[in-house]
Ligand binder design. Structure first.
Ligand code: SF4
Ligand code: SF4
Length: 406
C-alpha cells in the first residue's frame, strides 16, 4: 500500500541518507541494543522500503519507529543533513493513519486531545498535587513513581494565559509568552522567572488568551489533524509579536518547525526564541547585568530539543554563568536523558536506563545543582538523580541572581 497521507516522509528526505552509519554511535537505542533496526540508518532504510513498495506499514515497522526517542542526535551527527526528525514525524503519521487501532490508542488520546485541554490538565494536576501530599509516588517505578519527578504542585494553580506584565522602565518592545500545556500548572516558577527577567530586560510580556498547546507531543505521535489545528490556533494567537518566547525546549523546537504545519507558520517560526537565547542576547547587548562568580558549580544538561533540534548550547551556559555560577558540562556527547515525551510510559526500561546513566553523570560532576531548559528532562533528572540535587531551569538561576536571592 505504501504511504497514504500527505505527511509521509518525502523521497528527498529518504534519498539524503547515504547509509554511511556515522550516526550510529550517537543513537541511544542503537548503543543500548547494537541492533541495526534500532538505529537511525535502519529506521530510514525501513521507511525507504515502504516508499519503494517492498514493505508495508505493519506492527514490526510501527515498533521500530516507536522505539525511537526522537532525540535527533542522529541529525546533528549526519554529514548528509538528513532531516530525521521530519522523516520520523511522517512515519508516525503513517502509522497512525494505517494502524488506527494500534495498542497505543489510549496514549494517542492522551497526547492528541487530553494534554491540549487545559481543564483536563488542571484536573490531572490537582490529582498529582494531592498525591504529593499523601506521599504516593515517592518511590517506585512507572507512571505513579514519576510523581517524584514533579515539582511540588499547588492545590490551586493559576494560568498565565490572557495575562500581561509591563516592562520595568522604558519598554523596548513586546514579547509573547507561550503558556504551554503543562508548563503553566507544573512549572509556574519557571514562567515567573522568565517573565521577571524579560521585564527587567525591557520587554512588555503578554500571554495571548487564545493560544493553544504547541502540539509537539501530537506531532511526535502522528496525530496530524490535531497538530495542524493547534499550529493554526497559535499562528493566529501570536500574530504581530516581535518575539514568541518559550521556556520549554521541546515546545520551542516544535514552534520553530511550524512552517510544516500551518499556513503562515514559517512567519511565526522565525520569531520564536528560547528564553535563554533572548537573555543571552540581552546580556551581550549590556541590557542585563552579569554577576561575579560565587564559586558554586552548576551542571548544565542539554535537552535534545535544545541541543539537537534547535542547535542551542551556548545560551544556557551564558545565562548560568551570568548568574554567577561556574558551569560544568554534564554530558559533552549530548545523549538523551530518556524523558522523550511519553517514552517514560511506553518504553519504561529504556527510559530508566538512560535516566540512570544521566544520574551517574550528575554524580560524577559533583554539582549540587543541575540546570535543564526542558520540563520533561527536568522531571526525568529529578526521578533518578540523588534527592539532594536541585534541578532548575537556567532562567530561574538568573532571575534569582537579579533579585538578590540564592
Ligand atoms: S542518517 Fe546520515 S549519518 Fe546516518 S547513515 Fe544516513 S547519511 Fe549516514
Ligand atoms: S532520533 Fe535519537 S533514538 Fe531516534 S534514531 Fe535518531 S538518534 Fe536514534
Amino acid at each position: 500500500m505504501g504511504w497514504i497521507t500527505g505527511a509521509a516522509p518525502t523521497q528527498a528526505q529518504l534519498d539524503a541518507c547515504v547509509t554511511c552509519g556515522l550516526c550510529l554511535p550517537h543513537c541511544p537505542t542503537y548503543r543500548a541494543t547494537g541492533d541495526e533496526a534500532a538505529s537511525p540508518r535502519g529506521r530510514l532504510t525501513a521507511m525507504a522500503a515502504i516508499a519503494d513498495g517492498i514493505a508495508e506499514v505493519d506492527e514490526t515497522f510501527a515498533e521500530m519507529m516507536s522505539f525511537c526517542l526522537q532525540c535527533r542526535a542522529c541529525e546533528t551527527a549526519c554529514p548528509s543533513l538528513v532531516p530525521f526528525g521530519r522523516a520520523m514525524e511522517g512515519a508516525r503519521a503513517e502509522i497512525a493513519a494505517q494502524l488506527p487501532g494500534r495498542r497505543r490508542s489510549a496514549r494517542r488520546w492522551l497526547v492528541g486531545s487530553a494534554i491540549a485541554n487545559p481543564t483536563l490538565v488542571g484536573a490531572a494536576s490537582f490529582g498529582a498535587a494531592v498525591a504529593q501530599r499523601i506521599g504516593v509516588g515517592r518511590s517506585g517505578a512507572g507512571t505513579i513513581g514519576k510523581v517524584r519527578g514533579l515539582r511540588r504542585l499547588p492545590l490551586r494553580s493559576s494560568s498565565t494565559r490572557g495575562k500581561s506584565w509591563p516592562a520595568r522602565g522604558v519598554p523596548r518592545g513586546t514579547v509573547a509568552l507561550l503558556s504551554g500545556c503543562v508548563q503553566d500548572p507544573w512549572f509556574a516558577e519557571v514562567h515567573e522567572a522568565t517573565i521577571s527577567v524579560l521585564r527587567a530586560g525591557g520587554f512588555d510580556v503578554v500571554a495571548p488568551p487564545t493560544q493553544a498547546c504547541c502540539g509537539a507531543l501530537a506531532a511526535h505521535d502522528g496525530a496530524v489533524a490535531q497538530t495542524r489545528a493547534l499550529a493554526a490556533a497559535n499562528v493566529a494567537a501570536f500574530d504581530g509579536f516581535e518575539y514568541v518566547v518559550t521556556d520549554a525546549a521541546g515546545c520551542g523546537a516544535h514552534l520553530k518547525e511550524y512552517g510544516h504545519w500551518a499556513e503562515g507558520g514559517d512567519v511565526l517560526a522565525a520569531r520564536v526564541v528560547d528564553v535563554t537565547e533572548l537573555v543571552a542576547q540581552l546580556l551581550d547587548d549590556g541590557q542585563l547585568p552579569e554577576f561575579g562568580s560565587r564559586g558554586q558549580r552548576v551542571a548544565v544538561q542539554d535537552p535534545c530539543h535544545l541541543r539537537h533540534a534547535q542547535r542551542i548550547t551556548v545560551a544556557p551556559r551564558r545565562v548560568v554563568a551570568a548568574a554567577g555560577f561556574d558551569v560544568v558540562d554534564l554530558d559533552p556527547s549530548g545523549r538523551c536523558c530518556g524523558a522523550a515525551g511519553m517514552y517514560t510510559i511506553t518504553y519504561p526500561e529504556m527510559s530508566e536506563s538512560l535516566g540512570r546513566a544521566k544520574a551517574d553523570e550528575i554524580d560524577r560532576s559533583g554539582a549540587a545543582v543541575v540546570a535543564s531548559a526542558n520540563p520533561g528532562c527536568e522531571m526525568q533528572l529529578r526521578s533518578y538523580a540523588d534527592e539532594a540535587v536541585r534541578i532548575v531551569h537556567p532562567i530561574e538561576l538568573y532571575a534569582a541572581a537579579l533579585q538578590g536571592r540564592d
